[in-house]
Design a protein around this ligand. Structure first.
Ligand SMILES: *[C@@H]1O[C@H](CO)[C@@H](O)[C@H](O)[C@H]1NC(C)=O
Ligand SMILES: *[C@@H]1O[C@H](CO)[C@@H](O)[C@H](O)[C@H]1NC(C)=O
Ligand SMILES: *[C@@H]1O[C@H](CO)[C@@H](O)[C@H](O)[C@H]1NC(C)=O
Ligand SMILES: *[C@@H]1O[C@H](CO)[C@@H](O)[C@H](O)[C@H]1NC(C)=O
Length: 757
């Protein structure tokens, strides 16, 4: 794997230093007249000068050596609810004197990508104040499913669907709440002897407990207070004390908002129990749970934590605020100026820019014949993993390009890639205030004005299907590039600024393939997202390109480390294994006005939704593993843009014809050429009869073969003028008015206007 080159790294550090506010060494750097990089920045068109002044920016620097420089400026104290995301700095100090593990880059590695749990297990023999450890202890993983069903037990259960295995933070109930998949653990009796237990399977320093009520549309069940006890053998239990008596923690006051309670003193043990003491008066004992704790080194333990893995990529594994995201983009674009460009596609309702990073060997221009691809993420502001994965991808592509990774170099040279990591930055800001554990299931999902971007696009399915139903008319119904309805364009329509920005961008760039990253599930969904029967909530509704979409979805899912793993437990209620980790959107749940349907029916672009994980807002320590889970898929999916046929449609003089229609026999969905007459048509391997037609030209048909190897088959068309068009041209030539007369008319009109005014 390639690394940042030493000089590139030095540059990045210098840049980060400039970004630091204020006095001292950094102040001097800012004033250094020789340091003109800063000037370059402030002249960048994307540099948001007009934005509201954000709070002082003190990024957690990606490399340990800069840590000292930051020390004189400790971060502002955070509210207690952020305890789960507290700084890990104290631990880094502990790690610093440690001898680095052998291997390349070991001087830098292992500091930055160290997750808290690993940090804890490395500090053998080094005494650490309990408070410091508590600050960094991550969730055990009830929400992420790292804690398996076998590690959860309960005193009693109401029924199977409300078993201990359902007592996971943020788990969602099935549509009919009477099935196997319900929204909490519920005890079989309502008395003081009930408990739910987590077996961490190794000695753990437990630091906090987070509870939530039952996810239910109809019922109100939550626990208002509880005791916590711990054990090493699940027989002898020690109750967490408050001075002399048992500590009674204050629990929830409604169903959805998670409540965190820190243990007064961290407890070392293997098992932890939550023992409800009181509950909502009209309800019963039900809760969802997460436990925070640092696993301790335990050489004799034969259980190994599942997926205890590291990544070899040297990337910035953390959550990025809006400002930090912008900063990271700048660092990458300084590092790879030849292949990157940063621009924005518009602004959020609150005026935050929707940044895009373009990666291409000729950034800023469309090259004739080169397909365009995009990734977007964060349409729901609280589904943040996609945002971080895309920021990691941007860094990775830059690094690997510089290192000469042939696969990446080829991808960058042959594709124009656009990456928008945060479509709903307003929502993200809200979600990140809640943080990775305490935001609940929906804080920050919507735009600032309460719109769900994912179904805010015009519904073009209905007009298409209605027209198809009225097939009696002899004129064929257009099966692509369906216009956006008038009402949607009006100022009054309930359309988010973010949605309008995306639509304008998709109309402007001739995208061929796109993926939008979402969260809360682990599956790739392909269109249609809207069920064809209006009265159905679930109905498989394939597009005419179903085979291609299924391939595209499979290309991502099958290369993901978990999506097609048959042993994987379902996130909430749906088992997507029967289709190998993919699903037709409408057969999952119908949505009108989805991005995918709009993209397919209004543009040439094939768009899919990629749900990257059960946990919408994973703890920072999960990011290296999530990157490993998704890295290959993210690249493979981009490579699929080079599947099918592509070519040029030209006139007899070799000039490209824009807006020519490319039809493939047997597939009732056409695409159109871009402004240079170039087109791309995603197709699975096979032989196709393809027709190109354009207004005023005779249509041309040929057979085009798509093979199994990567690389689209070239299929060009040269169209001759139709006789009618030729006659019209000639008539226009002869019928033209004399030049002098044409020139005089506007002048006359101009004079009249002036007289009136
Ligand atoms: C469990 O064992 C560890 C190590 O022997 C010990 O430090 C801890 O106090 C024990 N916890 C309980 C609850 O007995
Ligand atoms: C112990 O708990 C009681 C009530 O639960 C509370 O009022 C008191 O402040 C607690 N004492 C300590 C030392 O935390
Ligand atoms: C960018 O391109 C120029 C000219 O081809 C080359 O000299 C330079 O090394 C490239 N820089 C990077 C970072 O690749
Ligand atoms: C928009 O709403 C205003 C106030 O409700 C109304 O007067 C106006 O006619 C509406 N405009 C359109 C284009 O619908």
């Amino acid at each position: 794997m390639a690394r940042w080159g030493p000089s590139a790294l030095a540059l990045a550090l210098a840049l980060l230093e400039v970004a630091l506010p204020g006095a001292g060494a950094q102040g001097a750097a800012l004033e250094d007249p020789g340091y003109d990089v800063q000037d370059t920045w402030s002249q960048e068109p994307y540099y948001a000068r007009g934005e509201p002044e954000p709070e002082p920016f003190s990024p957690r620097l990606p490399v340990g050596t800069l840590e000292e420089a930051q020390e004189p400026h400790p971060p502002a104290p955070r509210p207690p609810k952020k305890a789960t995301k507290a700084r890990k700095a104290p631990k880094r100090e502990k790690l610093a004197p440690e001898t680095p593990p052998p291997g390349k880059n070991s001087n830098r590695r292992g500091v930055r990508t160290q997750s808290p749990e690993k940090a804890a297990s490395n500090e053998q023999g080094v005494p650490v104040a309990p408070g410091d450890v508590r600050a960094g202890c991550p969730p055990l993983g009830l929400e992420t499913l790292k804690i398996t069903d076998f590690q959860l037990h309960a005193s009693t259960v109401k029924r199977y669907g409300l078993g201990a295995h359902r007592g996971r933070l943020n788990i969602q109930a099935g549509v009919s709440e009477n099935d196997f998949y319900d929204g909490a653990w519920c005890a079989g009796r309502n008395d003081l002897h009930q408990w739910i237990e987590v077996d961490a399977r190794r000695l753990t320093r437990f630091t906090a407990v987070i509870t939530q009520g039952r996810n239910s549309l109809w019922l109100s069940d939550w626990v208002t207070s509880y005791k916590v006890m711990v054990s090493n053998d699940s027989h002898a239990w020690v109750t967490v004390k408050n001075g002399s008596g048992d500590m009674v923690f204050e629990g929830n006051s409604e169903k959805e908002v998670p409540v965190l309670n820190e243990l007064p003193v961290p407890m070392v043990a293997r098992y932890l129990r939550v023992n409800p003491q009181s509950w909502f008066q009209d309800g019963s004992i039900c809760l969802r749970l997460e436990v925070l704790g640092c696993p301790l080194p335990d050489p004799n333990n034969y259980y190994h934590r599942r997926n205890e893995m590291t990544t070899t990529d040297d990337l910035d594994f953390r959550h990025h605020s809006y400002k930090e995201m912008r900063q990271l983009m700048k660092v990458v674009s300084e590092m790879c100026p030849n292949i990157t460009r940063i621009y924005n596609i518009g602004k959020s309702q609150q005026g935050l820019k929707l940044y895009a990073v373009e990666i291409s060997d000729r950034p800023g221009e469309h090259e004739v014949g080169e397909p365009e691809f995009h990734y977007m993420a964060g349409a729901h502001g609280n589904e943040v993993l996609g945002r971080e994965l895309l920021l990691l991808l941007v860094q990775f592509l830059c690094q690997e390009y510089l290192a000469g990774n042939t696969r990446i170099v080829r991808l960058v040279e042959e594709t124009r890639i656009h990456i928008v990591p945060s479509l709903n930055p307003d929502g993200y800001e809200k979600a990140s205030e809640g943080g990775s554990e305490l935001g609940g299931w929906s804080l920050g999902r919507w735009t600032h004005d309460g719109i769900d971007i994912n179904n805010n696009f015009p519904d073009l399915n209905s007009p298409l299907w209605e027209a198809e139903a009225r097939q009696s008319s002899p004129r064929p119904v257009p099966n692509h590039h369906i216009p956006v309805p008038e009402w949607f364009l009006s100022e009054n329509a309930t359309v988010a600024a973010e949605t309008r920005a995306v639509i304008a961008w998709m109309e402007k760039v001739p995208f061929v393939l796109g993926g939008n990253l979402q969260g809360g599930e682990l599956v790739v969904a392909y269109p249609y997202d809207m069920a064809r029967s209006p009265w159905k909530t679930q109905e498989r509704t394939p597009t005419p390109d179903d085979h291609v979409f299924r391939w595209l979805a499979y290309a991502y899912a099958s290369t993901h480390r978990l999506m097609t793993d048959a042993r994987r437990r379902v996130c909430h209620t749906e088992d997507f294994q029967k289709e190998d980790g993919t699903v037709n959107g409408a057969s999952w749940h119908t949505v009108a006005g989805s991005l995918n349907d709009f993209s397919y029916l209004h543009t040439n672009c094939f768009e899919l939704s990629i749900y990257v994980g059960c946990d919408k807002f994973p703890h920072e320590s999960e990011l290296p593993e999530e990157w490993e889970n998704n890295r290959e898929s993210l690249i493979v999916f981009m490579e699929q843009v080079h599947r099918g046929i592509k070519g040029l449609v030209t006139d007899s003089h070799g000039k490209g014809i824009p807006d020519a229609i490319i039809s493939v026999e047997g597939i009732n969905h056409d695409v159109r050429t871009a402004s240079d007459g170039d087109y791309w048509r995603l197709l699975n391997p096979g032989e196709y009869v393809v027709t190109a037609k354009a207004d005023g030209f005779s249509a041309s048909t040929k057979s085009c073969m798509v093979g199994y190897d990567m690389g689209a088959t070239r299929c060009d068309f040269r169209l001759g003028r139709t006789n009618l068009a030729r006659i019209r041209e000639i008539m226009e030539t002869f019928g033209r008015q004399p030049g002098s007369l044409r020139a005089r008319q506007p002048r006359l009109r101009g004079r009249k206007r002036r007289q009136r005014g």
